[in-house]
Write a protein that binds this ligand. Structure first.
Ligand code: NDP
Length: 289
């Protein structure tokens, strides 16, 4: 019989981590006589964004974190959005702020992300947090990459000295996961759309992270036998969700694999909760005005 890869179940791991986070959030609330708070800013009516925000609110409820959802119409001006962020930066009820992306075209995403107080930047997208990650200082780390590290750890496989290949070099997934795996002492290769002989590179990966945004792009022939395969992709097609990896083919070759859905997705939100608690705890060390 053909060997099947072990499934790295992001839902089960998330549940376990969220239970621990709830205890920490409860402890914080008891000590500080207020719950930990996160503000989620949603501009426009994009249905996928609305679903993501709903899932985040649900996770907050599960973890004992208070959520403030600030919804504004698509026509909101840059000045109006800037003022919302400035007010949240000052609010003592709000420990974490995130702006749901993508923003409507007329709004400057980078400007908004950099306006968020880096101490409240629970998405880890502020240039200051990105810089700290790059130089190896403690920071708020982007949620999807942070979740990926937890998923790999959960396999029990050592990362040190392993060859990790990442397909994708975005600022929210590819680059930060490269930094995190480097910090775990992996040997890291980053691939992208101009990489030559991609399959030759990916076939050498002990850990393969696919963050491309193309349905079932990674085929069995691109994977080394026994590799740990992390599928970040979320691709909607005819009402179904697909990853960036051809799961049926990959699961016959890999030792461990994340499914889509139910792999990286739930862990991303769990890491958002974890970052919010970390941000709240840090305010105790540097009390607010
Ligand atoms: P981006 O579009 O920002 O980046 C995609 C990357 O893939 C780019 O670096 C691009 O290369 C590379 N790429 C595209 N085509 C090829 C190719 N043919 N060969 C090699 N590399 C290629 O996407 P994101 O990083 O934002 O997201 C990637 C996927 O992960 C998406 O499906 C997204 O929905 C999903 N996602 C899932 C999350 C979760 O929680 N599960 C969270 C975030 C994202 P180049 O730079 O050269 O253009």
């Amino acid at each position: 019989m053909e060997k099947q890869a072990k499934i790295i179940d992001g839902r089960i791991l998330s549940t376990k981590i969220r239970e621990k986070l709830k205890k920490e959030a409860t402890k914080f609330e008891k000590k500080n006589k207020r719950p930990i708070g996160i503000a989620v800013v949603l501009v426009g009516e994009d249905p996928a964004s609305q679903t993501y925000v709903k899932n985040k609110v649900k996770a907050c409820e599960e973890c004992g974190i208070k959520s403030f959802v600030i919804m504004r119409p698509a026509e909101t001006s840059q000045d109006e959005l800037d003022q919302i962020i400035r007010d949240l930066n000052e609010s003592i009820e709000v420990d974490g702020i995130l702006t749901q992306l993508p923003l409507p075209k007329h709004l400057d995403e980078n400007h908004v992300l950099d306006l968020i107080d880096p101490k409240k930047d629970v998405d880890g997208f502020h240039i200051q947090n990105a810089g700290k990650l790059f130089v190896g200082q403690d920071s708020l780390v982007p949620c999807t990459p942070a979740g990926i590290v937890e998923l790999i750890k959960s396999t029990g496989k050592r990362m040190e000295g392993k060859h990790a290949v990442i397909i994708g070099r975005s600022n929210i997934v590819g680059k930060p996961i490269a930094m995190l795996l480097l910090a775990q002492n992996c040997t890291v290769t980053i691939c992208h759309s101009r990489t030559k002989n991609l399959a030759r590179v990916t076939k050498r990966a002990d850990i393969l992270v696919a963050a491309i945004g193309r349905r079932e792009f990674v085929t069995g022939g691109m994977i080394k036998r026994g590799a740990v395969v992390i599928d970040v992709g979320i691709n909607r097609h005819e009402g179904k969700l697909y990853g960036d990896v051809n799961y049926d083919q990959a699961s016959k070759i890999a030792s461990h694999i994340t499914p889509v859905p139910g792999g990286v997705g739930p862990m991303t939100i769990t890491m958002l909760m974890s970052n919010t608690i970390k941000a709240a705890q840090a305010t105790l060390e540097t009390p607010q005005k």
